[in-house]
Write a protein that binds this ligand. Structure first.
Ligand code: NAD
Ligand code: IPM
Ligand code: MN
Length: 351
């Protein structure tokens, strides 16, 4: 029996609504498989937790998580209770950073039965490899002066090691797919980091002569996501560029509610964390209409990560059987509730 010990952090808002749904799906898959078991341990760390205890997770929170095989997270953030910089840096970003989850993988593909806002949507199937530990999200900077002279400084930090690591990850991934990597750059802008990014990209590309490469300025690339996403296979992007591109990737799929993601620890020292692209969706919380597909597809990425690609591929096929049947939530034009979509996925799995 293969047992996977998973730390569940539903977090805030719709995170609390979609994580239990994905857990139901994972238990079903494990039961049907027979040789696989999930042992979930739930942690209530969230903005509510902060109000009670003054921190997003306990002092030894990371220690508690460290020995799990993986972390399954919903969403973090409730601006009515706690400012974002406190909640996110106290939980989500803290885990990504401290557990060296340096790569964020974010696929986007056209799902059967879900309308894309693109006027002429061809099939697309791409993956953004987002550098997840540095770049524009560096901790270097601060505020100086006061009043109208006040200045806020943010230094983007691009290490050769971190940049190369993200790029190698993208090339390795493309080797198993359509063998094309696009680099998201901005070397025509007045920035120091992007000509450096381009240099590293060219260096890394030399080790992968069988992979086709392409480099696009982020502004043009964002537009191509809308006008012709089928030209892409794997895209490698810095932290902020990747963040923005993947919301566009989610939008062209039809809704951010379907977009999955995985934060990968590549050195094997800490667990990886699986969490969808979307946030806590305060505007729809409590209505029972949150789309569970982002979280369930994220569960598929977790299955893949643990070597269960066959189960993972089957789960995605089942998700598409359900979307194609029209049982979908309002964000993608349907009328189904969160649990109705999950129930359908479960009943298709059992067929
Ligand atoms: P959001 O993703 O929460 O919501 C954006 C829009 O998408 C909203 O209209 C929302 O209703 C919709 N949406 C999101 N998830 C959905 C789902 N599963 N089904 C249907 N519709 C869905 O982004 P936001 O409004 O910018 O952020 C809200 C809070 O979440 C903030 O505190 C933000 O910092 C936080 N946030 C957290 C994460 C994370 O934990 N990974 C990611 C993004 C935002
Ligand atoms: C995401 C989110 C986070 C990010 C925020 C909430 C810090 O937008 O996971 O895409 O920017 O990484
Ligand atoms: Mn984002």
């Amino acid at each position: 029996m293969k047992t996977l010990k998973i730390a569940n952090i539903p977090g805030d808002g719709v995170g609390k609504e979609v994580v239990p749904e994905a857990v139901r799906v994972l238990h079903t898959i494990a039961d049907l498989h027979g040789g696989l078991k999930f042992e979930f341990t739930e942690f209530p760390w969230s903005c509510d937790y902060y109000l009670k205890y003054g921190q997003m997770m306990p002092e030894d929170g990371l220690k508690q998580l460290q020995h799990f095989d993986g972390i399954f997270l919903g969403a973090v953030g409730n601006l009515n209770l706690v400012p974002d910089h406190v909640s996110l840096w106290g939980l989500l970003i803290k885990i990504r950073r401290e557990f060296q989850q340096v790569i964020n993988i974010r696929p986007a593909k056209r799902l059967k039965g879900i309308a894309s806002p693109l006027t002429n949507p061809k099939d697309f199937d791409l993956i953004v490899v987002r550098e997840n530990s540095e770049g524009e999200y560096s901790e270097v900077g601060g505020r100086i002066y006061q009043g109208e002279d006040q200045i806020s400084i943010q230094n983007a930090v691009f290490s050769r090691k971190g940049t190369e690591r993200a790029m190698r990850y993208a090339f390795e991934l493309a080797s198993k797919r359509k063998a094309k990597v696009t680099s998201a750059t901005k070397s025509n802008g007045i920035v120091h980091s992007m000509p450096f990014w381009d240099e590293v990209f060219q260096d890394v590309a030399k080790s992968y002569p069988h992979i086709e490469t392409d480099s696009q300025h982020i502004d043009a690339l964002a537009a191509f996501f809308v006008t012709n996403p089928s030209r892409f296979d794997v895209i490698v992007a810095s932290n902020l560029f990747g963040d923005i591109l993947t919301d566009i990737g989610a939008a062209i799929m039809g809704s951010i509610g379907v977009a999955p993601a995985a934060n990968i620890n590549v050195n094997g020292k800490y667990p990886s964390m699986f969490e969808p692209v979307h946030g806590s969706a305060p505007d729809i919380v409590g209505k029972g209409i949150a789309n569970p597909i982002g979280q369930i597809w994220t569960a598929k990425m977790m299955l893949d990560h643990f070597g269960e690609q066959e189960l993972g591929s089957h789960l995605l096929e089942v998700i598409e059987q359900v979307t194609e049947s029209g049982i979908i939530t309002p964000d993608v034009g349907g009328r189904a509730t969160t649990s109705e979509v999950t129930d359908q996925i479960i009943s298709h799995l059992k067929k």
